[in-house]
Design a binder for this molecule. Structure first.
Ligand code: S3P
Length: 453
């Protein structure tokens, strides 16, 4: 798993435009869920296109520790099989569950464990051990589960799942698909109706996949609020899952192509769930040349090909309501905004403070270190674009955050001087092969634009 030694990396502006047709690794959110639902269903689930990044491998290991048989068809194949235990059939893990860097894995697993009558202890890396868990453990406790944690509800965390779990009724106070999904997963093994209200729609992969596995899920919209209901203890039947490409990973080559003059790339087989593609809306409003082709439905999720070409960008205001649909994309949008003409305001970014790092401060620091002018005002990020890439030449602290590392490297492909990151090793949590893929897009006379400093 993760290597303890930091891996610095520098990004240089390529001599030629970026060009090519590519696929990005499987969607991280869908990959976690496919393994978890597969483990809870009866029968064998076959998953193709699974993201074989460290975060998802942690989920695979945890589901194995809970008694599911999880096997990979061949190294790097992306094809996995899960022989499920059936709802309520998980066994007590013999050791601590280590969720590495993954908040999604940790929080969703809390939901599963809360309604299983077993004892488990969960931990994670230094980044995950700093992240708030009360947002899931407080509402989950109402089902009868007991949690003991470090101060502030942080990992390591001990869970004693409920013997006779009660269904939950909860209004999620922050827009969080992780919290919503944890409660739905808990409700799976409780009798009766679990009812969740979310003030803003967040990614609905759990709802889609629950239906795909045969559960009864209702969604009602009341203005901006969504009410999701789940009938507990369904017959969860194993179902094959074809995982689409992750739009959050595609954001990096996509923005790079928009910023490097003359570039044109095509990304195939990308997940295009409307609750995930706020970044595309922003970039189009900024004047980006992005077209979507060949759209289709794959396993209940919209999928298509995306073509992006370099174009000059202009500043926009990003409304706070858009945040849940692009929550992981702000660092790379900030890079695009720094290259655009005018002042971009990104509103309502409070949730960015509790990601793999405090992404709001870290994004501002990344840009400042490379000569861009930015400001944090309350929960808003303001980027003063100059119409041309920042000077670069800075060293970026990535704080164990894969998306900061990739955003900084994208900036380095456009900046005047190379941009260096202190540690690129965390990129493997979500985007194994990122460096080779980006280098493959640039015909740079045999010299790789992303290389050790
Ligand atoms: C995720 C939800 C988001 C996102 C994370 C994956 C998920 O977190 O940042 O990378 O798979 O449900 P929140 O829902 O907590 O904002």
């Amino acid at each position: 798993m993760h290597s303890p030694s930091p891996r610095p990396l520098a990004a240089h502006r390529p001599a030629a435009p970026l060009a090519g047709t590519l696929r990005v690794p499987g969607d991280k959110s869908i990959s976690h869920r496919a393994l978890m639902f597969g483990a809870l269903a009866v029968g064998q689930t076959r998953i193709t296109g699974l993201l074989e990044g460290e975060d998802v491998l942690r989920t695979a290991a945890a589901m194995r520790a809970l008694g599911a048989e999880v096997t990979q068809d061949g190294p790097g194949s992306g094809t996995w099989r899960v022989a499920g235990r059936g709802l309520g059939g998980l066994v007590e893990p013999a050791d601590v569950l280590d969720m590495g860097n993954s908040g999604t894995a940790a929080r969703l697993l809390c939901g599963i464990l809360a309604s299983h009558p077993i004892f488990a202890v969960m931990t994670g890396d230094a980044s995950l051990r700093r992240r708030p868990m009360r947002r899931v453990t407080d509402p989950l406790a109402a089902c009868g589960a007991r949690f003991a944690s470090r101060e502030g509800g942080r990992l390591p965390l001990a869970i004693e799942g409920a013997r006779d779990p009660l269904p939950l009724e909860y209004r999620v106070p922050v827009p969080s698909a992780q919290v919503k999904s944890a409660l739905l997963l808990c409700g799976l093994n409780a009798p009766g109706l679990t009812r969740i209200e979310e003030p803003e729609a967040t990614r609905d992969h759990s709802e889609n996949m629950l239906r795909h596995f045969g559960a009864e899920v209702g969604v009602e919209e009341q203005g901006r609020t969504r009410i999701i209901t789940l009938r507990g203890q369904p017959e969860l039947r194993a179902a094959d899952v074809a995982v689409p490409g992750d739009p959050s990973s595609a954001a990096f080559p996509l923005v790079a192509a928009l910023l490097v003059p003359g570039s044109a790339i095509r990304i195939e087989g990308l997940g295009l769930n409307p609750l995930r593609i706020g970044l595309f809306d922003c970039l189009r409003e900024m004047g980006a040349d992005i077209t979507i082709e060949n759209t289709r439905i794959q396993g209940g999720e919209p999928v298509g090909d995306v073509v992006a070409r370099h174009a000059p960008l202009r500043a926009i205001e990003v409304p706070w309501e858009r945040a849940p649909s692009m929550i992981d994309e702000y660092p790379v949008l900030a890079v695009a905004a720094a290259c655009a003409t005018g002042t971009t305001r990104m509103l309502g970014l409070k949730e960015l403070r509790v990601k793999e790092s405090d992404r709001l401060s870290a994004t501002a620091a990344m840009l400042t270190a490379n000569g861009a002018k930015v400001e944090i005002s309350g929960d808003d990020l303001i980027v003063y674009g100059t119409g041309r890439p920042p000077a670069g030449g800075g060293r970026v602290e990535t704080h164990m955050d894969h998306r900061l590392a990739m955003s900084a490297l994208v900036m380095g492909l456009a900046a005047d001087a190379p941009v260096t990151v202190d540690d690129a090793s965390f990129i493997d949590t979500s985007f194994p092969g990122f460096v080779a893929l980006m280098n493959g897009l640039a015909d740079n006379g045999g010299v790789e634009p992303l290389r050790a400093p």
